[in-house]
Write a new protein. Structure first.
Length: 599
């Protein structure tokens, strides 16, 4: 497989990374826009995006979301970093001795909630883990962000002080956070500056929205002109945070840097609270596993330099991504992951990790250098023999390339959001979920029920079960009602006889969903009736509401969704339905419609 070359900004004159950044800040927006256009044209080859996506197990749309998203992923991939799938990675509960300070332990860690696997804030992200975790409920920006974390490595030295650990934690977050709001957002999809609310509503990146890949040079110029300021804002953010860290190193005092969305100092402080105990207990294993170098630093000042050089590489270095070398490096990370998980498991598994850490570290070091791949399958056999019943906890890593997948955990997730679908699959459930685990459908930023429904609809299975899965996915998604309806509507019983002065507003949380069959009966365990059905599905006052409606009601609600209207107008839309007023009352009682007197 050939290597791929990823060009960068032309490096401005300057003897140091700081001088080159200052030169970029001095450039006019027009000059910076021109450089962005040239960068976009040089990075738009789909073969690059596809090769990187395969190497890191991310959707190609996340890799190709923006020019700097591509480069961030490449920097991670060039260290052998990749992602593991959170739904398929067996959840570990650390022994109490490894848990962080009071307040950092999450009681719902490892529990499924309607298809979302809840993980503790401090258990789901470790700066010293070899892989990023793909969390389907996170927005698509997390893919490049997490690979950037792996690209900058981490700080740890056995016996290091809490202050050093704090500084290392803050340095680890610096570049991933700066790029989140700055360079990675430049020309990203069909967006402008980062919009937290918009990202939450539409978490998945779509390749069709990556307009920079296909636009002509004139259109790219317009897009780049709107994005140039994001590059400068990112560099300014980096300078501000780095200056604060430099002051902390020099004075030994915490220094906060102003930012509208975050407090990097507080985040680093919380990281120490959540991870110091774990590192105290398992740090010797970690140090034996991961050699000092670009993946692990033992000196804070050296790490500071490494982070600055990583930003310089992101902006100005021509990158060469060799998939073959990356695969060798990834094998080393796979062994690193297994031994570290054993250390975190406690008991006999932790003792085993301590006993083999040096030997494993030798193999990890060779692999991270790209010299010799680790025989991961042989190590898995060794783990199975040594740990027996505890082995699945160690080897079920969720690594789609080199790890066992925890399909039992996936089954628990499906049971939490699509129980009737799982029941109707019967004996086919095991094979269906195994196929789902390795399908493209699972690698999406969407609730598990939606991913299951998509898989069943496209895999040639029973259409009845596929429709039931889609129905249960809608039920699982009905989590919160519309405050306008729940708290500000008059009660249905108070609806006046004369509707002329009544205004109606439709809930924004209910969905009109047509089905080819009676899926409500299937879901209820009853014999389904004949013919197609249309349902309103949503939430009202903490409960899921399902209302079967006629097509004429669905059409009227579609009109109401566009703008509030008088009740008389809505009833007129229902004039061919039996008892339009009764329909109106039922929809108000169900929380689909709010009514108020006209002002």
């Amino acid at each position: 497989m050939p290597s791929f070359i990823l060009p960068a900004f032309d490096a401005p004159r300057g003897a140091s990374p700081a001088a080159r950044r200052r030169a970029l800040l001095r450039a006019t927006d027009d000059v910076l826009a021109s450089r962005l256009v040239q960068l976009a044209l040089a990075l738009r080859d789909p073969a690059i995006h596809e090769a990187l996506a395969r190497a890191v197990s991310l959707p190609v749309a996340e890799v190709a979301a923006s020019p700097f998203a591509t480069r961030m992923v490449a920097l991670g991939a060039m260290r052998g970093a990749s992602t593991v799938h959170g739904d398929l990675r067996r959840v570990m509960t650390w022994p109490r001795a490894l848990a962080g300070e009071e307040g950092t332990r999450d009681p719902v860690h490892g529990q499924w909630d309607r298809g979302v696997l809840r993980l503790g804030k401090y258990q789901q992200f470790l700066q010293d883990e070899p892989f990023a975790t793909f969390h389907p409920d996170h927005v698509g920006k997390w893919g490049p962000h997490e690979l950037m974390h792996r690209a900058v490595g981490f700080f740890f030295r056995p016996g290091c002080s809490r202050w050093e650990l704090y500084l290392g934690a803050r340095l680890n977050e610096l570049l991933p956070v700066v790029t989140w709001y700055g360079p990675e957002q430049a020309m990203r999809l069909d967006e402008g500056a980062f919009d937290r609310e918009l990202a939450g509503r539409d978490p998945a990146a779509r390749l069709a929205d990556a307009r920079w890949i296909e636009e002509d040079e004139a259109s790219l110029r317009v897009r780049a002109s709107r994005s140039a300021t994001l590059i400068k804002e990112g560099i300014t953010h980096f300078e501000r945070e780095l200056a604060a860290i430099d002051e902390e190193i020099a004075t030994g005092r915490r220094v906060r840097a102003p930012h509208p969305f975050l407090d990097a100092s507080s985040d680093a402080l919380a990281y120490v609270a959540g991870h110091r105990a774990r590192l105290d207990k398992t740090g010797d294993v970690l140090a034996q596993l991961v050699p000092v170098g670009p993946d692990r630093y033992e000196d804070v000042r050296a790490y500071r330099t490494g982070v600055e050089e990583a930003f310089d590489a992101l902006l100005f270095a021509t990158l060469s991504f060799d998939p073959k070398k990356a695969a060798i490096q990834r094998s080393g990370r796979a062994l690193w992951d297994r031994v570290q998980r054993a250390a975190h498991a406690g008991g006999s598994a932790a003792k085993w990790a301590e006993s083999i850490a040096t030997d494993a570290g030798t193999e990890v070091a060779r692999a991270l250098d790209g010299t010799k791949a680790v025989d991961v399958a042989a190590w898995d056999r060794r783990i199975a023999k040594a740990l027996r019943g505890a082995a699945p906890t160690v080897v079920e890593t969720g690594d789609l390339e080199r790890g066992a997948l925890c399909v039992d955990q996936l089954a628990d997730g499906v049971a939490s959001c699509a129980p009737r679908t799982l029941a109707l699959l019967g004996r086919r459930a095991g094979s269906t979920l195994t196929a789902l685990a390795t399908s493209d459908a699972l690698l999406a930023r969407a609730p598990l029920a939606d991913r299951l429904a998509t898989f069943l609809a496209t895999s040639g299975g029973d259409p009845k079960i596929a429709e039931l899965a889609r129905f249960e996915a809608a039920i699982a998604a009905a989590r919160r009602g519309d405050d306008r309806v729940e708290r500000l509507s008059e009660p249905a019983r108070a609806l006046p006889r004369d509707l002329e002065h009544v205004q109606l507003v439709r809930s924004q949380t209910f969905r009109v969903m047509p089905f080819d069959r009676d899926v409500f009966a299937l879901h209820s365990g009853q014999k389904p009736g004949k013919g197609a059905r249309t349902y309103l599905i949503g939430a009202y006052r903490g409960e899921v509401v399902v209302v079967a409606i006629a097509e004429i009601v669905a059409d009227a609600l579609d009109v109401l969704a566009r703008a509030p209207m008088r009740a008389t107008e809505f009833v007129a839309l229902l004039e061919e339905a039996p008892d339009p007023r009764a329909w109106l009352r039922e929809l108000i009682e169900a929380g689909v419609i709010a009514w108020s007197p006209m002002l």
